[in-house]
Design a protein around this ligand. Structure first.
Ligand SMILES: Nc1ncnc2c1ncn2[C@@H]1O[C@H](COP(=O)(O)OP(=O)(O)OP(=O)(O)O)[C@@H](O)[C@H]1O
Length: 292
């Protein structure tokens, strides 16, 4: 794995200057600017959780979760408020490491390697597994710099212009911002800001993109653009999305994981099966709005 090493820091916050994050041994030189060499293996598991428990202090938020997330598909995590969806999502790229009281037991394998092994560098891991948050959070910098930041923090300093342009294009934003990349990211609309954040997340060429309710702060038109974009991104990346919106999960995901109160994964299956003919009564009750 190319993310094996040891320095602990966070690639998804502004807290650390790019120069401090570089570990040349981590920096792959094989990233394609113009195209990817991904085998058309949609469906093979890329992330697998094994007996995953997550605790905040003495409180257990996630219980014995077993889940195999398929490559190049969209997997939705749904369930009532507080059931642990975000906790699971943050565990996958070790964002929970940033919460002092959080503790993880069990394993999460990414491409067959446990991301909680001692030799895994969380920063390098987050290059492979990027994240987009609920609130668009562009930096108070130019559109260009917002995307270039995603590269610099990972120590990538070659072909920056091309990589920025490609990320903006992949995030379906380039057409709208072409010719004004030096303008502030904060002057974009909410939906554009969120696509800018998606561009920032995909600029380092991750394999997996985690999205925590990426459209819940947006209006219906902006939401629809993000949904179209997610479907499009899944051709190239694996997308795992937390959503409160069951219609959205049904529209955009291939697989759905239903968590219920207590941090239990009750059912994980093809989205059509979950919404049309779930195995568990509790899931049916949740889907049909009897509770939650
Ligand atoms: N930083 C934290 N410190 C302590 N407890 C936390 C923390 N984050 C989450 N929890 C607790 O863990 C449980 C799961 O929370 P989590 O945010 O993962 O659920 P969720 O399903 O994503 O909820 P929501 O849909 O409301 O965002 C909850 O009981 C929550 O209070």
């Amino acid at each position: 794995m190319s993310y094996d090493t040891t320095s602990e820091t966070d690639s998804n916050t502004e807290s650390r200057p790019a120069s401090e994050t570089k570990d040349e041994s981590l920096i792959s030189t094989s990233i394609d600017v113009d195209g990817r060499e991904r085998a058309p293996s949609a469906g093979d598991p890329i992330v697998e959780t094994h007996d995953l428990d997550v605790y905040y202090g003495d409180e257990q938020a996630i219980r014995s979760v077993e889940m195999a997330i398929p490559e190049n598909q969209v997997t939705a995590l749904i369930g009532p408020s507080g059931c642990g969806k975000s906790t699971v999502l943050r565990s996958i790229n070790r964002m929970n490491d940033l919460i002092d009281v959080a503790r993880v037991d069990g394993a999460i394998e990414f491409d067959g390697k446990n991301v909680y092994d001692d030799d895994v560098d969380p920063v390098a891991l987050r290059r492979k597994i990027g994240m987009v948050f609920q609130q668009p959070n562009p930096f108070p910098k130019s559109i260009y710099e917002n995307v270039a930041y995603g590269l610099r923090i990972q120590g990538i300093d070659d072909d920056v212009d091309e990589r920025v342009e490609r990320a903006l294009e992949r995030a379906a934003l380039l057409e709208e911002v072409e010719g004004r990349l030096d303008e502030s990211g904060l002057d974009l609309s909410g939906g554009q800001q969120q696509r800018l954040c998606i561009a920032r997340a995909i600029a380092p060429d991750p394999e997996v993109i985690l999205m925590d309710e990426p459209a819940s702060a947006l209006d219906p038109i902006a939401t629809s653009k993000i949904e179209d974009l997610i479907a499009d991104l899944a051709e190239e990346y694996t997308v795992v999305i937390v959503t409160h919106n069951m219609q959205q999960a049904a529209r955009i995901s291939d697989k759905t994981a239903v968590f219920l109160t207590g941090g239990e994964l009750v059912e994980f299956d093809d989205t059509a099966k979950i919404f049309e003919n779930p195995e568990h009564d509790r899931v049916e009750d949740y889907i049909t709005g009897k509770f939650g």
